[in-house]
Design a protein around this ligand. Structure first.
Ligand code: AMP
Ligand code: MN
Ligand code: MN
Length: 334
């Protein structure tokens, strides 16, 4: 499945890499690893994302390769692109955010269009790219980038190994989510052989938080509500609370799953009021029920055990309605 992509890569010179809005380490690790590999082949590569890198993830990019899309600054770059890689997002051009329209125009241009290549592990891909490799069994897009680089005969440099490991570490919730399997661990072993220090990377991701973020975690744990016969746990977090703790909504990685620590909880819901007055919904499941269908009904998506959406509406109302829908999904009484 990689040969066609490898053939396109060998023929072209100008590449753009992008990913979904609401950046995470699988998205960024996959981009940075592919960027370094392509540059090792002498290609010209730009990583352009709709969102800027949240403070908590900046450590991943010491050389500042990640750029936030600006229509005026990047239009000529997009015009020159011969290949556009869309990583960790397969819902279509809208999922990549603001930059989506400009990239879609380049990929759909009647004369001399760029080749769009989608590599992802979310289920139910949209048909928007010219070449698509989507494997929902993969625990992270970084696993697929590992496969691509190794199939192409590329070298796993220490930095490529580090970025891929960060993607896998975080998208598997430290090797515990249901998609974690033998292949995931085999890849991790290869990355450790290539120079990754698991203890060091764990510390960089999970043990460098500001005090206020850890205090906010305490607040969320204290505010959890449980219903549906003990099978649903939820929390609504408003902007005022985020402001009071000095934490941004983009830095809440790991929060949606906190309630899964409680025995008997099958679905956990975190609703966060955003600065733009919308509600960002995060759903997690223990694997006994798929929550991505519900997220898709709300205009979002995701994996069976981790999904999300962003909707208009009042925080408390959205939360209450969702709890009711989850209880219906689980066929439990409130
Ligand atoms: P989150 O709850 O933001 O950590 O997201 C969990 C999963 O749901 C990730 O795989 C996301 O890619 C997916 N997801 C979250 N929000 C959206 C959205 N608005 N559209 C599509 N997928 C989403
Ligand atoms: Mn992602
Ligand atoms: Mn991912």
């Amino acid at each position: 499945m990689w040969s066609e992509i490898i053939r396109v890569v060998s023929k072209q010179q100008h590449f753009i890499l992008t990913t979904h809005a609401n950046l995470d380490l699988d998205a960024l690790g996959s981009e940075l690893a592919l960027d370094e590999y392509l540059r090792s082949l002498g290609k010209e590569v730009s990583i352009l994302n709709s969102d800027s890198v949240p403070r908590s993830l900046r450590f991943v990019d010491p050389e500042r390769r990640l750029r936030t899309f600006s229509p005026s600054r990047h239009q000529s770059k997009i015009q020159r692109a011969e290949v556009i890689f869309v990583l960790d997002a397969s819902d279509g051009w809208e999922r990549v955010g603001r930059i989506g329209r400009a990239l879609a125009a380049r990929a759909e241009s009647l004369q001399d269009r760029a080749t769009a290549i989608c590599i992802d592990h979310h289920p139910d891909p949209a048909d928007f790219a010219h070449l698509t490799v989507v494997n929902p069994a993969a625990a992270a897009t970084a696993e697929l980038i590992f496969d691509l680089i190794t199939h192409a005969g590329g070298v796993l440099t220490p930095s490529i190994a580090r970025w891929l490991y960060l993607g896998i570490l975080t998208d598997t919730g430290s090797f515990r989510f249901p998609k974690t399997n033998l292949h995931t661990h085999q890849i991790a072993a290869r990355l450790i052989e290539a120079g990754v220090d698991p203890t060091q990377l764990y510390k960089e991701v999970y043990e460098q938080h500001p005090l206020q973020l850890v205090r906010l975690k305490g607040y969320v744990l204290n505010s959890l509500q449980v219903g549906g016969n003990g099978q649903v746990a939820w929390c609504a977090l408003d902007q005022a609370t985020l402001k009071a703790f000095g934490v941004s909504a983009a830095d809440l990685d790991g929060f949606p799953g906190l309630a899964m620590q409680i025995g008997g909880v099958r679905v956990s819901l975190l609703c966060v009021g955003t600065a733009k007055g919308r509600v960002k919904i995060s759903l997690r499941s223990d694997g006994s029920v798929a929550v991505n269908g519900l997220a898709a009904q709300l205009g979002g998506g995701g994996h069976p055990s981790a999904a999300g959406a962003t909707v208009e509406g009042d925080l408390a109302q959205v939360t209450a309605q969702l709890v009711a829908r989850i209880e219906a999904l689980l066929e439990v009484r409130p």
